[in-house]
Structure formats: C-alpha cells, structure tokens
Ligand binder design. Sequence first.
Ligand SMILES: Cc1ncc(COP(=O)(O)O)c(C=O)c1O
Length: 430
Amino acid sequence: MLNGQSQAWFNRATAIVPGGVNSPARSFQGVGGNPPLVMERGEGAYLFDVDQNRYIDYLAAFGPLVLGHNHPEVVQAVQNAASQGMVLGTPHPNEILLTEELTRAVAGLETVRLTSTGTEAVMSAIRLARAYTNRTRIIKFDGAYHGHSDAVLVKAGSGASTAGAADSLGIPSGVVEDVISLPFNDYEALRRTLADVGEGVACVLAEPIVGNMGIVNPEPGYLEAMAELTHAAGALLIFDEVITAFRFHYGSAAQLLGVIPDLYALGKIIGGGLPQGAYGGRGDVMSKVSPLGGMFQAGTFAGNPVSAAAGLATLSVLERIRPYPTMDRLARELADAILDSARHYRIDASINRAGSGFTLFFGVHGVRDYAGALQADPAVFARFHRLMLEEGVYLAPSRFEAWFVSQAHDAAMIHTTAAAVDRAFYQMSR
Ligand SMILES: Cc1ncc(COP(=O)(O)O)c(C=O)c1O
C-alpha cells in the first residue's frame, strides 16, 4: 500500500489544522498514531485515497451513508437543489417535505425542528426538556457520545473519562454538576438515582441502541423500565437517534424496540450525506420552541435546501427499495465469518451486532456497558486496523466504533472482506 501522497497532504494539514484533522475521530491516534489516509473520493461502497488505493468502506462516514457514496438519485437531487440556490434564509418546499416525511415515518415525532448537525439537535432537545420541566439536571449514560455541546461531554466515551469530570477541558464545573452519568443497561443505578434526585431531573438522554462505545443493545425490558422510571420522576425521555434512525428499518429504533420517547434527536442518515439534524417529538413539549414558545434555538443553515433535498432523496430511495433485510443479512454473514476465523486462529474476540451495524471487540465478551467496552484491547485493535487497511478494507480508526454495512455493499464485497479478516487474523496469530 503506497501512501506517499496521503502523507504529503496530511503534513500540509498538520501545519495549520490541530492534529491535521477537522474532527478528532478521523485521527489515527487510537490505532497507533500513523498519519490518517487522505481520501479523494467515495463511490458506492468504496473509498479511494489520494494514492489511488481502493478500500471497501465500513466507516460510512460514521453512519450517514446508508445508501453508500453518491447514490445517483441523491446526487441528482442535490444538483437540482443547488441550482435553485444554496441557502435561501426563508421557508422553502424541500424542508417542509422533509419534515412531513420525518413525522410520517417516525412514531411519536408529532412536530419537528431541523438543525444543521446532530450536536445541535441533542443540545436543543436538552434545552427544551429543561424549559418544559423547569428543572436543570440531566441523566445520560457512560460512554455515550451525543455531540460536542458542553453538558454531554461528561463521560462521553472513548476520550479519557474520569468520574464526575468532563471529557474536555473548558467545560465549566457548573455545567458538570448538572449532569449525572450512569452505566447503561443498569436498571438499579437508574432507579436509585431517580429515587434520590429525580425531582430535579429534566431528562434522561439515551441512545436506544448505543453506537458510540461500540454497538451495545439494550437488555430486554431495560428501555421500558427507563421510560417508566423517567416519567414517574416527571422527567422527559430523549432518545438520541442520530445514528439509529433509518439505520435498522424505515423509521426509528424506538419503534422497533417498542418504547417511544418524548423527544428525539435525529441526524446523519436524514441528511443523505450533507449536514442535517433534527429534534422533535411531543407536540405539547415542542410548542415551547421559539417563535411559538420561549425556548430559543435557531440556525442560519438549519433546514438548508440542499441538505433537505439530499435527505429527502435518501429517504425516498430507502422507502422504495427497503434494503434493510439484505443489509442485515450481509452484516450477519460477515460477523459470523469474522467469528469463525477468530475461533480458527484462537483470536479472543466477540461481536455486538444490531442489524447492519456491528462492533468487533478484542479480548472481551458480552459487552453491555462502557466499562465492558473499555476492556477491549487497544493494541490488538490497532494491529488489526493496520492489517485491514493493507488489505483494502477501511474501518473506523477506533475500537469503540461500528462497522456499517450499506445498501451499496454486496455479497462479493462481504466475501472479500471476510477473506481479508482471515488473513489478518492469521498474521496476528503468528
Ligand atoms: C449518537 C450521536 N449523537 C450525536 C452526534 C453528533 O452529531 P454531529 O456530529 O452531526 O454533530 C453523533 C455523532 O457522531 C452521534 O453519534
């Protein structure tokens, strides 16, 4: 694998951009610290770097690319929208069509406000919950990433996590004091906390299927209990479905799991590859949002016509072709093949899978919370990640992320990937 051009580009970036990346998740610091590869383009399920190496892409840009790169209908919709004006600063049909479709497809999303990012969606949903309940505390779960607004960077995952402290410098202690972070899948911890301080809690914020400590499924009954305890305390339940909505079926994960939150935060897939977020849910709660109500939230680019067109086109393709059973089957086949190879070469590994997304953990089994995910061996993952790049398979550069199978992956790519994993495990076993 030649990567001279990548290195040259990255050297230019490091001279002027902190760490050479515009989002830390793109850095290779968690996988041995080599310079990350600089990609020139994506096509279907492939990424191509500036040295013209081709990779089967399981990053999916951290989730949005459920149709793969550059689906022709999405590209056409973007071109049409762009030719009509990049941003209008007024209401326009595309954003209205997108919000109509979201409310139709997502159970419990009675009304919705578009934002530009998932970070804004979560941040605004929290502010709204505080406005509605007139309370300040929030409960979230260890290792769950909800974007980079101050409150949700308390125990937010793969960074250096310290009890009761923020995962970032620059977060005021007053903000941290209002955030309680609990282990996911721990009914007792939530029950006790809400029994102790529930009357000050504005919201419980969770990913119904966690995507950011690796994929972690909720245990049976846990989300039902979460909803019940939250409501008994007079707080609102917010599901962050920035990754999960439209990933597993045409709608929210909440619908699949049978627990509907008071508020959702959405993002990623609903922008079809362009920046897009949304928050919404119960109409009585959303009526507090400005200019209807007194909870202020805004955005120059919110509901951008080009993003809205990309999101609409993506949803329309998804609804028409319903790729989910095929994506799930391919992901299951790949996960099974990986575990077969691991057994064969005596590599200690396990997989958590939800539909078309899964995480391969080395050295730990049955991961059900962040403490478990932290047991995954970073050095083994770093070696595996490097070997997979050499095999032409692009994985997220972190042991806490998911592999995403998209509609653009096919059986041949899955077989190629399984054979690449087999060879990587062979190397690792020697
Ligand atoms: C669950 C979840 N919530 C929120 C966000 C933040 O979204 P964005 O990066 O669009 O701000 C992310 C991003 O990875 C996410 O995975």
